[in-house]
Design a protein. Structure first.
Length: 527
């Protein structure tokens, strides 16, 4: 017997939950169905090793969501009513080089330029120009990032109508390397900036990705970079509280097998066990374009073929979670401990860095691992037992290995984790055998297994951030407006939709699209 709702949602990742919360706040009866035993998708904090150590399984740092009106204006009451708090460090981002000297980007622009000036006075002036321009562009960026995008044609025409817009259009067509390498002179400054934009799972030299260097400085120096108090999953916890407060429901261990379609209209979701949930107003699905065929049989073949041609990111991430007896210290000094994002460089030159990224492109693991990560208990000591520490180790890695494909990850995972550990030990005295209580590792293949309908090919961002997969063409021109042509009242959400992967809070845009088609005043609901 079917269960009847106004809206049913497939997937309780943060995007699905956000869309559900806005609709529940509008008075709709909403049910969210989640395959796993817990909500959150890529925004989850759990005790995975030793009791008392709370690790972020996937996302840790929340960058792009800081400009979202859901956060800035507290549209859902996540801060005022449902317990969400963020830690904002004065040091959003830092790099430790092979000689254990550091370069720090502070939230304060003047201090950031002073740090760069120690390496290059010219680069400090150039960075100030970049950052100030990015901050001036923030209102324009923000207006388009968190709501349904313009179709690509009108978007390009709009940009082409002003000098500022043409500059953005030029950046969107170039690579980050092209922009940074031509503007800056010092290799360490270049590496510091390039490694930051590669956090979006993009190669430094991939064309159509250059917008990152325009976005990142504005976000960092306008809103800051942060982590939720209690771990990344605290955002999910606040969303679940919001959903339930407004009468919405969440059911875990409920794997969806099919979108129910009748007379060209989505009417519900069927679970793997045959149980059905009907949604009279809308069905929202976190379905990667590669998976659309598996869930919706009625979509026309050309649309499915274009969806299956969507390119995922060129590389993925290998993550290890360490429980430590004491917190991490760094050879580079105590100030580094306060960095929200921290990168480590096993090389001395930009050329070496690019060589290592080239290995990823070809399915090979570089001899010098491309590493990042930190002890998140420095900012949030309640995530570990008193006096203890933790380490979230992130290494950029290919999903499909040249030797053995993705399946080989199960064979070499611990060997790779050991190699990565050796690389981290060059920067800290705290990752010794006697300080490590326990370690667990997640390969790119494990990433895909954790969310097979979103993290295809181990891409936690859903789809590569190339220009031809942005704005109204993300993930394809057919699907770029959060709808599926030929299937009425079926809406899409997930990291593969505009504005992109990572923690953007992109479910807000899906909600706006549903509101528009249901003739609900979004501004009135959130005011």
């Amino acid at each position: 017997m079917a269960n009847n709702y106004d809206v049913v949602v497939m997937g309780a990742g943060h995007n699905g939950l956000i869309a559900a919360c806005y609709l529940a706040k509008a008075g709709k009866k909403v049910m969210v169905l989640e395959r796993q035993a817990f909500p959150g998708g890529g925004v989850v904090t759990q005790e995975i090793n030793t009791p008392g150590y709370k690790h972020d399984l996937h996302s840790s740092v929340h960058i792009m969501i800081q400009g979202n009106p859901m956060i800035r204006e507290d549209e859902l009451g996540l801060f005022s009513r449902f317990g969400l708090k963020y830690n904002y460090s004065d040091v959003p981002y830092a790099s430790i080089f092979a000689d254990n000297t550091a370069l720090i980007t502070y939230k304060d622009l003047d201090r950031s330029c002073e740090a760069i000036a120690r390496l290059s006075a010219k680069d400090a002036e150039t960075y100030r120009e970049f950052a100030e321009r990015s901050m001036r562009m923030m209102p324009m960026f923000v207006s388009g990032l968190y709501s349904p995008p313009l179709p690509m044609g009108p978007f390009v025409a709009m940009l082409d109508s002003s000098d500022e817009g043409r500059e953005m259009l030029d950046a969107m067509s170039r690579s980050s390397l092209d922009i940074i390498d031509s503007a800056f002179e010092n290799d360490r400054v270049k590496m510091h900036l390039l490694k930051l934009v590669t956090e979006n799972l993009q190669m430094p030299d991939e064309l159509g990705t250059g917008m990152g260097i325009y976005l990142m400085p504005g976000i960092i120096h306008t809103y800051g970079v942060s982590q939720p108090v209690g771990g990344s999953g605290a955002l999910t916890d606040s969303l679940v509280k919001c959903l339930e407060t407004y009468g919405g429901e969440l059911r875990c261990n409920a794997e969806v097998s099919k979108v129910l379609v009748s007379s060209g209209r989505a009417v519900g979701l069927r679970l793997a066990d045959g149980e059905e949930y009907l949604g009279k107003d809308a069905v929202i699905g976190s379905m990667h374009p590669h998976k659309l065929r598996a869930f919706v049989e009625e979509v026309e073949e050309p649309i499915l073929k274009r969806a299956e041609r969507v390119n995922t990111s060129t590389f993925s991430l290998f993550v290890s979670h360490y429980d430590l007896k004491s917190p991490v210290k760094y050879y580079a000094g105590d100030e580094i401990e306060t960095a929200t994002m921290l990168e480590y460089y096993q090389f001395d030159t930009l050329a070496e860095m690019l060589d290592d990224f080239d290995h990823l492109r070809r399915g090979r693991l570089p001899e010098r691992p491309l590493t990042g990560g930190s002890d998140e208990s420095h900012a949030n000591p309640d995530r570990v037992p008193p006096g203890a520490g933790m380490f979230h180790a992130i290494t950029m890695s290919p999903y499909k290995l040249a030797d053995g494909g993705a399946a080989r990850w199960d064979e070499i995972k611990e060997e790779v984790a050991d190699k990565n550990l050796a690389a981290y030990r060059k920067f800290t005295p705290s990752l010794t055998d006697d300080n490590i209580i326990m370690r667990s590792s997640w390969s790119p293949l494990d990433m895909e297994r954790s969310s097979p309908n979103s993290f295809v090919n181990g891409d936690m961002h859903g789809a590569a951030p190339f220009m031809y997969q942005t704005v109204g063409h993300r993930p394809t021109p057919d699907l770029g407006q959060y709808t599926v042509p030929g299937i009425d009242r079926l809406y899409l959400c997930g990291p593969f939709m505009h504005p992109g992967g990572g923690v953007y809070g992109a479910g807000r845009a899906t909600a706006i699209r549903v509101f528009d088609e249901l003739d609900i005043d979004f501004d009135k609901v959130v005011s």
